[in-house]
Design a protein around this ligand. Sequence first.
Ligand SMILES: [Ca+2]
Ligand SMILES: [Ca+2]
Ligand SMILES: [Ca+2]
Length: 668
Amino acid sequence: MMYLVIFTSLTAAMFAMSSINVQVADNLADVARARAAAESGMRWMQYRFLKMNRPRTAVGNITPAVAASLWPAIRTAIADDLAGMLDPAERPVTLVGNTLKTSLIATGDSNAKFAISITPDDSDARRLRVVSTGTCGAATRSVSMYFLIDKKVKFAIAGKVPIQLGRNVVVEGPVATVTTTKYPPLFSLSDFRSLTSSLRAKVDAFQSFCETRHVGYDNRIDVRNTEECAAAQAAGYYDANGDGYIDEYDLFLREFDADGDGAVTREEFTDPTTGRLYDAELFNAIDSLGGPLFEGDVVRVGYQDGRIDNNDGYAKIRGQILLATTEAAWKSKLPSGQTIQDQIKGPISPSVDGAPPVKFAITPADVFDLSPANFDTSSFRARTGPENGPTVRTPTLIENAVLSAADANGGTVDERTPYGSTSYQATYRRPVFRNMTFRNCRIPKGLNALFDNCVFEGVTFVELETNVTNSSGQTTTNPNDGMTYSKRMKSGSFSASTVLTSSNSWGYVLGNNLRFNDCTIRGPLAASVRTAYTHFSDSWEFTGATYFDNRVDQTATIVAPQTNIEMGSFTDPAAAPSTLVGVVVAGNIDIRGSGLVDGSIIVTGDGAGNTTMGWFGPSDSSTDPSSPMPEGGWGKLNIRYNPYRALPDGINVAIDILPDVSTYTEGS
Ligand SMILES: [Ca+2]
Ligand SMILES: [Ca+2]
Ligand SMILES: [Ca+2]
């Protein structure tokens, strides 16, 4: 039996009515209605699990024991949810043994009702067995299915500020932006437009075609849409790779697949003038899509085989785009003469067929609560410093210590932040640590160091004054107050070129502005959680050939919910490869260079202009894609949601209760 997993708005009545086979003979009608009511009840419960106020937990990994401990709270959540039923007779729930039972619930069919029972599996409390029993007259029919208790963020990128995806940035997984005040909420560049001048003209022409002839913002024409498909074919476009859609990838294939075998090889993608690939980073990014998600995972056909073809399944974003803003609000903020299509480029392929590629006006239930206050980093702090073990201090290794400026072996340096940016915010005097290894160390507030060619092992924790206050001395969550807080001086007045030190600046001593240059980071980085986003006085930059290779904790690479993070070089993206596993939680984060995010990027701060992935020009704030290619190439980013990674502890968001449709059975 076909079981619908995805639905948008529904009532039990709609399910019951649509599920009845109207051709059922009268004498079988009660049986059919009872079965339809049972099926309705199952879908109704699935919807309830999705929309109800589910329990929260800070525990990251939902084990059977954790699930068992959550069961009372789940029962309460269900009871609270059903207390809102219109008919008082449908509100009560009862607990029989360990089974929660609902009252009889009416369907739109006046003769048919259903009741739900929910029981945790004895052998694994993460599995809830749900039985829906429909009745009509004397007939009774049941269906059952297991639901799984889990906790995942389910996004490749989710954030409070607009998200920008540059050239050679490909995303596997949903993307969500909850801002309704900053525009565009999402901005993406074409990966193919700038490869050759002839392809640029074709990509631009196809975009113009989509603007006038295609409904939606996915930049793909579905060949099943006869009207749009006919118009596309009349304009010379066709589905060159046979995937059922006409999009930019077809133009790319037609441009480079010289022998027409449906694949683009390195030879075909080599510029005859230079003898080099048109863009080696792009080639690598596409060939690396759909990579293994866990050790021992089956490697897909065509993965990193040196050919670009259908096995690689290119899309700019393979997943839904969820936006809190409305379509009308976005349109009202567009620059004169522009369309939304000018701001979202590249094929957007929702991972579930039939789901809208871009979903506007999402509700809080669609995205977990991104408030920084939901993130508790104390478990990471406990794994650093003397609390973690005996302190060791040698000239080359510091372990289980709280660092101090006296540990610095390279004197001091004055430098602007962001480093190398044309629009710097402040100037810092930094103690310099060179060629040292730090194992499970804590960086105290006010250190503001430069780490050059250093190795960070275990957990590294960055301390900050968490209570950010406004000019009246009151605790604030406002990022504008946060900026003022960063600029607060002990003596003299602030300017971007004033060298900040512990003697003259409160922003300096209460915060941490750090730069990691040519460093290797082998474990998670975490920070205190400030009440507000404070811009430069809670900021980390990773420059040069900084390399992330997290060997100690696969749940998280960065947990710094109010910290501004600049990763990669402003001048040479290819010089800073990085691999980020698990969650990356930041107040804001910009990533340039070449790398893989195998987990989720979660942007919890609300003070930055945008979160920038990939190269957007030499100025931090530029969205101009026409700036010249930086030395070393454009870089590339594969950003991939990985559902197999557990979350770290300390993220206090709601659990999920999701159907395991493979367990759906008729009968109880
Ligand atoms: Ca196609
Ligand atoms: Ca070929
Ligand atoms: Ca391939």
